[in-house]
Design a protein around this ligand. Structure first.
Ligand code: TYD
Ligand code: MG
Length: 454
């Protein structure tokens, strides 16, 4: 062990310091919060020098402008999500549940990059032969891809001569000798990431770092790393379903609302280019409770189906459950329906699900959720070629949303016949009036009356 480095244990709640590990913080009494940290010796007091050069303020016009050189990963969807290609010397964190396909997608990208660049795959979780087996299964030609099977990252720097891209699989499995805590602890994860950042910035090497997210929080999740990273991506999706969604939550070099859709096949991850139909069910329109909404994610618009189910509460408090829609938003919309529209859901359990595992964070989905809930309540199906979008306020009024034209255009492209749009967005709808039936909606209550003739 390289040991002239000192470590201490710091409480992550209150910042109390202890020379040894304790199960309970003596200061704030919190359990299991002491994490190991390296003590950096305070620099000897600097002598004041008159010749010291300090940075001077400069006008923006005089500052040199550098465009970021971007390299394609070989997967267009991935490039789109990270803002148009991989930026040299950046740190990209790919988080996601175990088994979602993080190693698979990064092996594919490493294989493509290794055709023209020197790429190192630092595998702490799997042996070299396992990585090779996967690479073979993916069918990419990657004879030049360098593999290391190691868990200590202290020797990594020596392996990086001439390397341009490096994959670390995964940050929870690697450790540095400077800390005595085990791999995966908060201190180790943060220290290893800081080391990688130093290498990335000083040598211009791009790192792809895999991080697991566990529900129990047993391992240090990628959350502690987010501020060190340039780009943070999350790979999501139901394990049973083949679709995966790649979402960017932080990106110093691009838009964060961009979403990529992938499919897990038996020969790796494939980008889904025709994603228009995958968020819609086949039986749409036959049963009550489903409505389609054109959702804007990043630069793209896609039609997504919102499904709801209500059932009589048999015992105690009615249940509300939502997947893909914010829980508080759902509670708010239920209250609006109760108070303003006569849809009494007080004695019903309400379940809401957005198809395909996508998350609708934008307010434009409100109107579709209301329409779907009302459809469940009256048990009247909504025509499969009807879509709705609009933000719903607490007074029951429907507010205008952004990208209205683009949303209608998407519905038109998908063969929809009727779109319910906020009345305040009607100004921009002129060119679509003869192509598709556009219904302006001013209040949720009136929409429900027209849809269900109540
Ligand atoms: P993996 O990339 O190892 O997941 P992670 O690194 O995120 O933990 O992927 C694991 C799953 O993917 C595993 O259940 C097998 C499946 N898989 C395929 O379906 N097709 C493939 O070509 C590969 C390589 C894996
Ligand atoms: Mg893996």
């Amino acid at each position: 062990m390289a040991k002239n480095i000192q470590t201490t244990y710091v409480c992550s709640e209150c910042g109390a310091v202890s020379p040894r590990w304790l199960g309970r913080c003596p200061s704030c009494q919190a359990f299991n919060t002491m994490t190991e940290e390296i003590v950096t010796p305070a620099p000897a007091a600097r002598k004041k020098s008159t010749s010291a050069v300090y940075s001077k303020a400069k006008p923006l016009a005089e500052i040199e402008y550098r465009t970021y050189g971007r390299t394609s990963s070989g997967i267009t969807e991935f490039d789109t999500v990270i803002g148009g290609g991989i930026v040299k010397g950046s740190l990209i964190l790919l988080g996601g549940d175990p088994g979602i396909g993080k190693s698979t997608i990064l092996t594919q990208i490493a294989a493509v990059l290794s055709l023209n660049h020197k790429v190192l795959y630092f595998s702490a979780e799997e042996s070299c032969s396992q990585v090779k087996m996967r690479a073979k299964r993916l069918g990419n030609k990657c004879d030049n891809l360098l593999l290391v099977n190691e868990t200590c990252i202290d020797g990594l720097e020596a392996e990086l001569d001439g390397v341009e891209f490096c994959v670390i699989d995964s940050i929870q499995a690697v450790y540095t000798d400077d800390l005595s805590s085990s791999a995966g602890s908060v201190g180790q994860v943060r220290e290893c990431a800081t080391k990688l950042m130093r290498i990335a910035k000083s040598r211009g090497i791009t790192f792809f770092i895999i991080g697991h997210v566990t529900k129990e929080g047993a391992l240090a999740g990628p959350k502690v790393l987010e501020h060190i990273m340039d780009t943070v991506l999350y790979f999501e999706g139901e394990n049973q379903e083949n679709y995966r969604i790649l979402r960017s939550v932080k990106n110093r070099f691009g838009n964060v609302s961009e979403v990529g859709v992938f499919e897990m096949t038996d020969c790796g991850i494939k980008a889904v280019t025709d994603y228009s139909g995958i968020f819609l069910s086949e039986s749409r329109g036959q049963e009550a409770g489903a409505v389609v909404t054109p959702a804007q994610t990043g630069n793209r618009c896609m039609n997504v189906e919102v499904q709801t189910l209500i059932s009589k509460t048999t015992f105690g408090q009615p249940r509300r459950m939502s997947l893909g829609i914010d829980y508080n938003k759902l509670a708010l919309l239920i209250a609006v329906l109760e108070k303003r529209c006569g849809v009494r859901l007080g004695s019903y359990d309400v379940y809401v699900n957005v198809m395909g595992g996508i998350r609708l964070n934008e307010p434009s989905a409100d109107l579709a959720v209301c329409a779907a809930l009302a459809s469940s309540y009256f048990d009247i199906p909504i025509d499969k070629y009807t879509a709705a979008f609009g933000e719903v306020g607490l007074t029951g009024e429907v507010r205008a949303v952004s990208y209205a034209e683009k949303r209608v255009a998407e519905c038109l492209k998908m063969g929809f016949k009727k779109v319910l749009v906020p009345a305040k967005n009607m100004k921009s709808m002129a060119k679509y009036l003869d192509k598709i039936d556009i219904v302006p909606v001013l209040y949720v209550g009136t929409m429900i009356k027209t849809l269900f003739k109540t």
